[in-house]
Design a protein around this ligand. Sequence first.
Ligand code: SF4
Length: 439
Amino acid sequence: MKNRSSAEGVVVAAVRPRTPAAAAGLRPGDRVLAINGHALRDAIDFQFHGGDERLALSVEREGVRHALRLVRWAGAELGVELEAPRAAEIATCANKCVFCFIHQLPKGMRKSLYVKDDDFRLSFLHGNYITLTDLDEAELERIVEQRLSPLYVSVHATDPALRWELLGRPRVTAEILPRLERLAKAGIRMHAQIVLCPGLNDGAHLERTVRELAPLHPHVATTAIVPVGLTRHRERLPALRTLTDDEARALTERVATWQGQFLERLGSRFVFLGDEVYLQAGVPLPAADAYEGFAIAEDGIGLVRRFEDGVERALRRRRAASAPRAVTVISGALYAPRLERLVAAIAGATARVAAVPNHFFGGSVSVAGLLTGQDIARHLATLPELGEAIVVPAVALRDRDGVFLDDMTPSDLAAALGVPVRVVAPEPAALLSAVCSAP
Ligand code: SF4
């Protein structure tokens, strides 16, 4: 099933005071149908047509159409936040990727978690990876016309037959190179991703994929190799396995060799490996400059390096010792040993790091972002002392509603354990202030 939004406008979620939008009389709840005569399909159309200095807005408010005039003064933001698209407005994929995480979710979770989005608009706006399998001609033209760049593309393999296999045999062609070449020729910048499934798209296939993507650089700016994530909920799904530790080590060496070659040939390392692989392999992470600006950190490429360097810098900047806080810091099992060392390096810190096993998803899932409230509560109940607070990484909570994946809230967790819960952003300063009081 493929959903596309129609030209029904965009809904205003908030209007910031003292901005051009506020001066024009826009209000939360207004549906903006057109700007300067151009019907709006979505937030991208709003951005695209909203760049002029003078905007004639056609707005629907409580069923009545209004015409508003908006004048943007020099350098001013419009001052409008739009509502996120509803699930029915998001383009969904017709693929059945053998590694799809959504197919591996347990039953009974919130409906929104099962939305298989494959929407070029979300790729442009939020960095979601898309397969390009379902794009029609009009959509390709729109990407070029509105210069929707960069896009984030799930490639997985350039061999058409293998890609078709990996994507679960979609009805449409799975040939990716001609599409990437077309977008590259039109000047669209892209970030490619390979979800590595040992025994399927590794080895010679990975070599081929990387070698066939490289000629598209700089339009294909980066290629991220990330390990497949497997949960214990894989009934009736193709058999897959994760990397062994030896394979992880060999992969780090292979990627280092490619990076050296590409740096010489292209002026960029071009291929980057997910943090999880370095952690599994037990080898040092590349230095910060090897991530070339951390362009794809959101995909787990360099997040750990950036965070740990940030903590070190923040510690060096501290002028006076601060009082330690006796808190329990929650971590996924994979990162916990490094986090323990990081906390231990903070002079005087007495915080404990709790490596929470992921029973909810099971399998190879060991990152903090996929921890549920139930698993945290169950694990912490086994510890003798939790201290004055529990420090939960914000990545474990859903952005919009601030709840764990199992719908538990931080307040539910605090009530279950009888200890306050502090949610901290994945920022060095936030970790430091969570484990030490200000000097
Ligand atoms: S493209 Fe593949 S991995 Fe992504 S949602 Fe669709 S089936 Fe799942």
